[in-house]
Ligand binder design. Structure first.
Ligand code: SF4
Length: 337
């Protein structure tokens, strides 16, 4: 157990957590919405510090990050808990464990041990992923600072609900992020995730301002967030942020509590990709469609195939010093360590 970062003490031993935009006010003896931060006598503690529930060495493409050290490995960790309640969560067994059962499972470890394991695995980065890194921020931040000092990069895979002050406090040790933009309506965020849209948009803007390499993912769920007009609005927002922001559009399969929606038809995913390009985005990808053309990176200037991918495997990379090997046009991303 570790005293939390980023909270305020209030009257009558209550505290207000400032890690994410729920900004929970927590009474003594109670936990926040994420279920992993507890007020004990007016002091807020993280219950998941050093309690790692998952640790794997993954291709960076699995995050997905397609423009950040392609073909490299990323040592990936998570604790239990989440500040969202997504009805379609693919990792609900660990993300919703504290909220649904009160349990905080995990193997005891330390930031030092995580960094050592990452280096031993041959990874070039550590990814804080599978659940939501914001809710294990103390562990993530301590690990990230140490990792950075040893030459490892740090990557968040996040729902983007952290506060600006949370992001500022890990800057500049956070090098890249893949943030879910789950839909472009407040209704979807409220009904499907128990959250709001606006703070996520602010996070995307803040990450851009802080120069964190950013890629965005949208899981396309038939009948819920696949309206072409809504997708165009979402894409327009990304263009206003930066047209060179990679956008990953993933195919949905029924899972957890969202079992009454069908798998996304592949043509719907491809149509969404077209909408992204029509809006002016330069790199738009299809996800969960192994072998699809939309997994590959093409030069926005000359159309040359720059990175050949099949699933999470990278074939040839035709980028030299951040430029297209064919026409010399710049390719947005982080290509060398
Ligand atoms: S991190 Fe947890 S306790 Fe803190 S504001 Fe978010 S949900 Fe509430």
């Amino acid at each position: 157990m570790k005293e939390a970062y980023l909270y305020d003490r209030l009257e009558e031993e209550r505290v207000r957590c400032a890690l994410c935009n729920h900004r929970c006010v927590i009474k003594p003896g109670k936990r926040g919405i994420c279920g992993v931060r507890e007020n004990r006598g007016g002091t807020l503690y993280s219950l998941v510090y050093g309690k790692v529930i998952a640790a794997h060495t993954d291709p960076i493409e699995k995050k997905p990050l397609f423009h950040f050290l392609p073909g490299s490995l990323s040592y990936s960790i998570a604790t239990v808990g989440c500040n969202f309640r997504c009805r379609f969560c693919q990792n609900a067994d660990i993300s919703q464990m504290p909220a649904e059962t009160g349990r905080i499972d995990g193997k005891d470890t330390t930031p030092e041990a995580v960094v050592e394991a990452a280096l031993a695995s041959g990874s070039e980065s550590i990814a804080y992923t599978y659940t939501e890194p914001t809710i294990f921020f103390e562990m993530a931040r301590d690990t990230a600072l140490l990792a950075d000092s040893k030459g490892l990069k740090n990557v968040f895979v996040s729902n983007g609900y952290m506060t600006p002050e949370c992001l500022e406090s890990i800057h500049p040790h956070l090098h890249a992020a893949n943030v879910d933009l789950k839909a472009f309506t407040d209704r979807f965020y409220k009904e499907q995730c128990g959250a709001k849209l606006a703070p996520v948009l602010t996070t995307l803007e803040t990450m851009k301002r802080l120069n964190v390499w950013l890629e965005v993912t949208t899981l396309l769920i038939p009948g819920h967030n696949d309206d072409p007009g809504e997708l165009r609005e979402l894409a327009d927002f990304l263009v206003s942020l930066d047209p060179y922001t990679p956008w990953h559009i993933s195919r949905f399969y029924p899972t957890y509590k969202l079992l009454d929606a069908p798998p996304t038809p592949p043509e719907t995913v491809r149509r969404a990709r077209d909408i992204g390009y029509e809006a002016g985005l330069k790199y738009v990808y299809t996800g969960n469609l192994p072998g699809d053309m939309g997994e590959k990176t093409y030069c926005p200037d000359c159309g040359e195939l720059l990175i050949d991918r099949v699933g999470f495997r990278v074939g040839g990379v035709r980028i030299k010093n951040g430029k297209c090997a064919q026409c010399g046009g710049s390719v947005a991303g982080v290509w060398t360590h």
